[in-house]
Write a new protein. Structure first.
Length: 397
């Protein structure tokens, strides 16, 4: 439930170092009470990008084709493109499990020139792109197909004519899975295709944290019960298919001044770990955070994270409250692991403020990119038809 109540300025964290000393999570148990019905378990896949800086991908298992071929795929809410799958023959070798189009009886090729074909030029009658290999041989690199998707919940649900870009050359993508589901606002996305009733929303997910539980992704998700508060989706010409909301400020305490976020919307991202902000609010947050954390020893920066501490030997720490305040009186208080990134390096227990000001320019109209760490353990509810997004705290638990 989005909560307007703000807890005390400081949050006591007694278990922090126990968790830090046991970095490999114990096998997580799936709490069927927590997830809504009709949801796919989400697995968090850590990726080591830099020494000690582990980013994550979130994967679900879906079926595609008839009979259903099970594939572990990521999902994206930004307009990075349509649903795609690694497909056989994958050039010389498939290094992830790939969909085999020849084994599906229900597959259809999208014809070239059809409104469903995103290519301007195709090779041949089908919506297929080609590439020339080192020996000068022209080979199909990608073909656009439609087939049945099976969401393996109980009972399994199928959706027909779900479009996917089939990558045929073993092309590596930004995700280590067998594909990515498009959950953007595009008309072909699963968010747009989700079966809707008055009791359902386009989709919702809860991203699991490193140490806690498994999360879930629910397409055509049950509308959460109770008095949910929602914040309106915004329109942005640069990202017409992404989900943007108005983040009005960062709440730091009950009566303390908030840090306002000047003009610009917040993009909710699934492919970005940390939360990025334009300079002024970030600098104000960093200044406040450092003043509240002055009793701890500063540690060297970690990649983009420039506010890091060495907590080695401490049995508990306290971390300032940070609440994301959205338009419409919606707020999301971040848990300790949602605002700090904890890691170990050279046997030291380190933690960094998980917010950053990036080196790049924000696109017009965007002031914040809300990353996955801030979203972990919260159900993010996308009521796309009503153009609003809501948050239910501690939902993966
Ligand atoms: C695919 O997953 C479903 C649900 O978990 C399972 O019932 C089915 O046997 C799997 N199929 C294959 C081919 O592994
Ligand atoms: C085009 O798609 C049809 C099925 O719709 C298929 O029979 C045919 O082999 C495809 N052509 C090429 C060149 O892939
Ligand atoms: C929901 O909100 C309405 C109006 O604010 C209130 O009357 C009702 O008691 C609330 N219900 C719950 C379950 O909190
Ligand atoms: C970390 O601690 C272990 C066990 O005490 C020790 O063997 C190792 O050398 C230490 N590593 C570093 C980088 O200090």
């Amino acid at each position: 439930m989005a909560s307007l109540a703000i807890s005390s300025t400081h949050l006591r964290l007694l278990t922090l170092l126990v968790l830090l000393l046991a970095p490999s999570p114990s096998s997580s148990t799936w709490d069927s009470q927590a997830a809504p019905p009709n949801s796919l378990p989400v697995t968090r896949i850590p990726l080591n990008d830099l020494p000690s800086l582990s980013e994550a991908e979130y994967h679900v298992i879906i079926g595609y084709g008839t009979p259903a071929q099970n594939l572990s795929v990521g999902f994206n809410t930004r307009d990075y493109g349509p649903t795609f799958l690694q497909c056989k023959p994958c050039g010389t070798a498939c290094d992830v499990p790939a969909f085999d189009p020849s084994q599906s009886s229900s597959i259809d090729q999208v014809p070239c020139g059809s409104p469903d074909c995103p290519l301007k030029t195709c090779s041949g009658p089908n919506c297929t792109a080609t590439t020339v290999n080192g020996n000068g041989v022209v080979l199909p690199s990608m073909t656009v197909v439609t087939d049945v998707i099976t969401l393996p919940w109980s009972p399994p649900t199928t959706m027909r004519n779900v479009r996917a870009n089939c990558l045929l050359m073993g092309t590596r993508t930004s995700d280590s899975s067998s594909g990515i589901l498009d959950l953007s606002r595009d008309i072909h996305s699963l968010a747009s295709r989700a079966p809707l009733s008055p009791d359902t929303v386009a989709f919702s997910y809860c991203l699991p944290s490193l140490t806690e539980t498994q999360g879930f992704l629910s397409i055509g998700a049950p509308r959460p019960e109770g008095n949910m508060t929602y914040t309106a989706l915004r329109r942005n010409d640069v990202f017409p298919k992404s989900y943007l909301v108005r983040l009005v400020g960062l709440g730091l305490s009950i009566d303390g001044a908030d840090i306002p976020i000047p003009g610009g919307d917040a993009l909710i991202a699934v492919g970005t770990t940390f939360t990025y902000m334009v300079y002024e609010p970030y600098a104000a947050l960093r200044k406040y955070f450092r003043s509240q954390m002055a009793q701890y020893q500063l540690a060297p920066r970690l990649g983009v994270l420039d506010t890091c501490y060495d907590f080695t030997g401490l049995s508990d720490i306290s971390v300032p409250t940070i609440t994301l305040r959205f338009a419409g009186e919606v707020s999301l208080e971040l848990g300790v692991r949602q605002k700090m990134y904890f890691h170990r390096r050279d046997n030291r227990s380190l933690g960094c403020l998980a917010f950053a000001n990036p080196a790049y320019e924000f696109p017009p109209g965007v002031a914040v990119i809300i990353g996955t760490l801030a979203q972990e353990m919260t159900e993010v509810v996308y009521d796309v038809r009503a153009e609003k997004v809501g948050f239910v705290s501690n939902r993966c638990d």
